[in-house]
Design a protein around this ligand. Structure first.
Ligand code: BGC
Length: 756
């Protein structure tokens, strides 16, 4: 009896010690059942699953009652329903959804918790819309300040992007939906995105550009991956053996499905043999031509079976929602809207606060709100995914909602809407052919509008001047041609400051703007992002001082565009002609059953040389000692924070250790506030070439007025490894490193030196 009891306890103990299956392994739970299904399918049935059925679905197995897979954009709200064969609105009334702050705003929170809640919100609303896979998060590294999709992406730093992306994926998948992480990989520019060949060394790829994807696959358990439009080192991402088969499946153990970007499949043999499961959209390659290739013995049927297996793993992991159980009312839930607010309030970055001009003082009774961006909607516009939100609180509406009694708010737009939609996307030739649009972009300030704004400013105690871009200027399918403030915003700033010294600039944009003209003349500057349907309320709460700002920049604001690495090294823009966007040219006619549009000259392909190597963003500016306007990680508060007593738990670490850094963080002000503590490493005696510093850990900490907390940050030593090209593996360099703790990459407060 006693012996049996001991054996039983031992078994229980051992079972407890069994490592939990890795996130990717969990996808294989139903493989036996799935293999039995595959054995029953005809080649035709299998291939039917490998391409689009409609613009946003792919076929299941109707005969066996296996449901179609339904996709949706992603990434900052569930996109409105499109017609079956395209993106035109289907005209539904039940397809509105929460408009969450876009990627750069989410990243500015530096909060894994919020990224998780954001994912839960997205996943839940996708379920309510009957969708199985969210095409997101989008996590490409922001290599170029002009990048058209900077607003969707998270950061120029791989650790920040990886940690937030992973929490987002977990949230989406815990809510029962699959995340399709995108765009894999090195899709860091929109210019010629459909054909550009990115030439990048392996070390840079592994340490910078692939890092977020690796963590989202390995730790986040992402169930789907979207190969990008571009080529990497010569091969399209949708048929890139190295990326899809060797790295993603081989090294990272990915067990889910790959879905090409829309119009991003280029051949039957390439896609079939080198890692693509589903062609979106159309059936040109993974349709009848694939059946022929199998029959001709060019593609083994087992390759088709592998693809079907990967798709069915996702189908088994995500419950299909019956049509009568979804789309009954708006997808937007009160919980998601609350999350959108929480993200927005923690994303707003206080860039500059001379003389503590913010928060708005009690004495301020008359506020002039100037600038069309105070009222412009950001939920959709331009090219690419947007959201049909049930409402959107604009900055002006937020200020009106939150203004204390007795405060008068007056508004003047000062500059017009930017109507040159897609003009930049269509390129310089288009502008030549459409002088009216070119004239509009370059028009001088409208005298009547300027006069109205100046008069309001002169008569106000305080001016809130809304500047920045909009969804037509920053848009998918094209990069900005510069990062200048558009629409005469600099000239208007000068006119406003001539009549009122108290002008605060609020930048509404997804990416960085050149603020070098307004920065010296405006005492206050705030980065307000495209901040979701509650953005206006969150912004107003910060401006009025109901809460302290706590956002931190997820990318650098350079002094001028020419300082940034790809420009400084003359690697961007590439000198090839722009022939319009692949997606824009194709999608309307590339859905099954329709004719394929002509590709245009396939030879406009350009090459993007990533010769700056890993020196992207602050890694470049720091290492090359190039001054910046606002550094990575920068963001002020209304209170001062103290950093003290920084200690590492050991003096010397081995390869399997975790560095634990403890310190005291204090709020020295008189209101509650949150600080994002950031831990960087600097290699003191590195023989391998390293950037001056690299972010390795961070934590958002909430502190009551006057409160001090002990905070611990951890860096697994394995995260200090570099990619050794000769060994084709990760390697650890031994030596001395300095741990740099601070409030921003250029505001290091404490350091400790340790040995590895
Ligand atoms: C974009 C993807 C998007 C897809 C479907 C493509 O043009 O690059 O991010 O998910 O369209 O809308």
């Amino acid at each position: 009896m006693k012996k049996r009891y001991i054996l039983l306890s031992l078994a229980v103990l051992l079972a407890g010690c069994q490592p939990k299956p890795l996130p990717q392994e969990q996808l294989t739970r139903h493989d036996a059942e799935i293999n039995a299904i595959i054995a029953q399918l005809s080649l035709e049935e299998k291939v039917e699953m490998l391409h689009s059925k409609t613009n946003m679905s792919s076929e299941g197995v109707p005969r066996l009652n296996i449901q179609d897979i339904k996709y949706c954009d992603g990434p900052f709200g569930i996109r409105e329903e499109g017609v079956p064969n395209g993106f035109m609105s289907a005209g539904w009334t039940t397809d509105s959804a929460t408009y969450f702050p876009t990627g750069s705003a989410l990243a500015a929170t530096w909060s894994e918790d919020l990224a998780y809640q954001y994912g839960i919100g997205m996943g839940t609303e996708a379920r309510r819309r009957g969708k199985d896979i969210i095409l997101g998060p989008a996590v490409n590294i922001q290599r170029l300040p002009v990048g058209g999709r900077t607003y969707e992406y998270l950061s120029e730093d791989p650790v920040l992007a990886a940690m937030l992306g992973t929490s987002y994926v977990k949230g989406v998948q815990d809510a029962g939906t699959a995340a399709c992480i995108k765009h894999f990989a090195l899709n860091n520019q929109e210019m010629n995105r459909g054909s550009v060949n990115v030439v990048c060394d392996e070390r840079t790829m592994r340490e910078i550009y692939l890092k977020p994807f690796e963590v989202m696959v390995r730790k986040g358990g992402a169930m789907a991956v979207m190969p990008a439009y571009n080529k990497v080192n010569g091969d399209y991402c949708s048929e890139n053996e190295h990326l899809l088969n060797e790295i993603l499946r081989g090294e990272w153990g990915f067990k889910g499905m790959t879905v090409s970007d829309w119009g991003g499949t280029h051949s039957t043999m390439g896609a079939a043999l080198h890692g693509l499961d589903v062609q979106m959209t159309g059936d040109t390659y993974l349709g009848p031509a694939l059946i022929d290739s199998v029959k001709a013995g060019k593609v083994p049927e087992s390759v088709v079976d592998d693809k079907v297996r990967e798709i069915l793993r996702v189908r088994f992991a995500v419950e299909a929602i019956p049509e009568d159980k979804c789309n009954l009312e708006t997808a937007s839930t009160p919980e998601s809207r609350a999350t959108a607010y929480e993200v927005a309030r923690r994303s707003v970055v206080l860039l500059k606060n001379e003389g503590n001009i913010l928060p708005i003082k009690k004495e301020v009774k008359k506020i002039a709100v100037i600038g069309r961006n105070a009222t412009a909607l950001t939920q959709s516009g331009g090219m690419g995914a947007g959201v049909k939100a049930p409402y959107e609180i604009t900055p002006l509406q937020g200020l009106l909602n939150r203004a204390p009694e007795g405060v008068e708010i007056n508004y003047a737009p000062a500059y017009k809407d930017y109507l040159g939609m897609f003009a930049r996307w269509r390129g310089p030739q288009f502008l030549e052919e459409h002088p009216e649009i070119a004239a509009e972009i370059n028009a001088p300030a409208d005298p009547a509008m300027l006069a109205e704004a100046v008069a309001l400013a002169a008569d106000a105690d305080l001016v809130l001047y809304f500047i920045g871009t909009n969804k037509y200027i920053e848009t998918e399918g094209s990069d900005r041609t510069d990062i200048d403030l558009p629409l005469c915003q600099n000239i208007i700033a000068e006119a406003l400051t001539d009549v009122n010294p108290n002008v605060i600039g609020v930048v509404i944009s997804g990416g960085p703007c050149d603020l070098s003209t307004v920065e010296p003349i405006l005492p206050g500057l705030v980065q307000g992002w495209w901040n979701g349907l509650e953005g206006g309320n969150a912004l107003a709460d910060i401006l009025f001082g109901n809460i302290a700002p706590s956002g931190k920049l997820p990318f650098t604001f350079p002094v001028k565009l020419a300082d940034s690495p790809a420009y400084a090294l003359d690697n961007y823009p590439q000198k090839a002609e722009v022939e319009g966007d692949l997606f824009g040219n194709l999608y309307r006619q590339d859905v099954k059953g329709q004719k394929r549009a002509p590709m245009g000259p396939a030879h406009y392909a350009s090459t993007a040389y990533y010769s700056e190597g890993p020196l992207v963003g602050y890694r470049w500016f720091d290492t090359k000692s190039v001054p910046v306007l606002y550094a990575f990680g920068h963001g002020l508060s209304y209170v001062p924070f103290s950093y003290a007593d920084m200690k590492a738990n050991k003096a010397s670490y081995g390869a399997d250790d975790v560095i634990k850094v403890k310190f005291r963080l204090g709020n020295q002000g008189s209101m509650p506030a949150e600080e994002v503590a950031q831990l960087y490493v600097h290699r003191v005696d590195g023989q391998v070439s390293w950037p001056v510093k690299e972010l390795k850990a961070f934590r958002r900490v909430a502190l009551a007025a006057g409160e001090t907390k002990t905070v611990t940050l951890e860096i697994p030593v394995s995260e200090l490894r570099y990619w050794d090209e000769a060994a084709n593996d990760w390697a650890l360099e031994h030596g001395t490193i300095e741990l740099l703790l601070g409030s921003a990459s250029d505001d290091i407060r404490q350091t400790v030196t340790v040995k590895i």
